[in-house]
Design a protein around this ligand. Structure first.
Ligand code: XIL
Length: 380
């Protein structure tokens, strides 16, 4: 096994002490800050060593109301993703009413701290405003899409380094080309993805890199294999058509119930993407637990192992440019919201780097360790 056993054990990180991590996470009292964290303590600093970034999805209210969490985000992140604030349904609830307060406040937070933004997301079938669902079927329907891009993209120019132009376009069962039957597919046909990339590029100048972001690409089973194959077909078709696609986002919402990641299979897929001259970003990493009845230390160890299984091959691939987790602390994980599987479990799902008290756990250690030993990324 190429990635087995070489690195340090979890919890025994050279130079990165538990105290450093706690300090960086804002989890120790202020008096402990007399001695600042060393220059190698934060996840962003570790990521930068191999030419990458680390980031997390956040919501502006979390940053505004929770100083300790805000400090942890500022310490660890080089990039922030708006978890909700830049989705079409959130920003343009009616054709004329624009709700940019949340996204603007994140951009402001980022600019003050030299953080970049990951623009999430321009087209997602789960966040299309009601009015747009019908308007895109009118004869001038593409103009509705283009206008939305024109509202969103230039506003965050310079701050946003990546845009998820199309989110979750693959569904192998839906369509001959493996595309999801979204309102966009129904209104514009399979060419909507190329058109979206062209429209985004025309508005974004050379600044932001354009991604397709997709889930269900990480596990070795037939379901994910079909999704990987269809995504590669889509990429090839887009490249043939000359579409300005810069990269692929792998969401990486891991689930312990799905068993192990096959690192060779994942590495081969990443090489396939890289050989097509694409950047790769891990965009939404988190772990859904399976057995909530185990002692917490065991639960956390399992989560950490899953993260290591994913990140060893990922950070061995030079085309991978960064890792973003879907939240930084269990305090705010979407999996602990109503309707999600961690909800109602005592203490909630523990699938993010910091626990609900903002203390680092094995997920954090796995990130720090794999970032520290990452193979250098290709230059931007
Ligand atoms: C999720 C948010 O985290 C939730 O709060 C919201 O209710 C639904 O959307 N894939 C994506 C993200 O691309 O936008 C989703 O975010 C999680 C799955």
């Amino acid at each position: 096994m190429r990635w087995g056993g070489g690195g340090p054990r979890s919890g025994a990180l050279p130079q990165l002490t538990r105290r450093d991590a706690l300090l960086a996470a804002g989890a120790l009292p202020f008096s402990c800050l007399a001695q600042p964290p060393t220059s190698t303590t934060t996840l962003q600093q570790l990521a930068r060593r191999s030419g990458r970034f680390f980031g997390a999805a956040v919501q502006p209210e979390q940053l505004a109301r929770d100083p300790a969490f805000r400090a942890a985000v500022a310490a660890h992140c080089g990039v922030i993703t708006p978890e909700l604030a830049l989705k079409w349904g959130a920003v343009q609830p009616t054709p004329r009413r624009l709700a940019f307060d949340a996204a603007d406040s994140l951009a402001h937070f980022g600019r003050r701290r030299f953080l970049k933004m990951h623009g999430h997301t321009l087209l997602w079938h789960r966040s299309v405003p009601d009015w747009a669902r019908s308007a895109i079927h009118e004869p001038n329907g593409w103009e509705v899409v283009r206008r939305w891009f024109e509202i969103a993209i230039p506003r965050f120019k310079g701050t946003t380094i990546w845009w998820d132009v199309v989110n979750e376009p693959i569904e192998p069962q839906d369509h001959a080309q493996g595309l999801r039957r979204t309102p966009f597919l129904q209104a514009f046909g399979a060419d909507y993805i190329r058109r979206a990339l062209e429209s985004a590029r025309a508005l974004g100048g050379d600044g932001a890199k354009l991604l397709i972001n997709e889930y269900g690409l990480e596990y070795p089973d037939a379901e994910d294999e079909a999704r990987r194959r269809q995504l590669l077909h889509l990429v090839d078709a887009l490249k043939r058509a000359g579409a300005p696609l810069d990269g692929i986002g792998l969401q990486a919402h891991l689930r312990l119930s799905r068993g192990n990641i096959d690192q060779e299979v994942l590495a081969a897929f990443l090489r396939e993407l890289a050989s097509r001259d694409l950047a790769i970003v891990i965009t939404e990493l988190d772990v859904r637990e399976a057995d909530y009845g185990l002692p917490v230390a065991q639960r956390d160890a399992r989560v950490g192992d899953a993260v290591r299984q994913l990140l060893q091959p990922v950070l061995d691939e030079p085309a991978v440019r960064g890792v973003i987790t879907w939240g930084l602390s269990d305090r705010y994980s979407w999996m602990n919201h109503e309707g999600e599987s961690g909800f109602g479990v005592r203490g909630g799902n523990r699938g993010l780097p910091l626990d609900a008290q903002l203390a680092p756990k094995p997920f954090f250690d796995a990130l720090a360790e794999t970032l520290r030993y990452a193979r250098p990324a290709v230059a931007a």
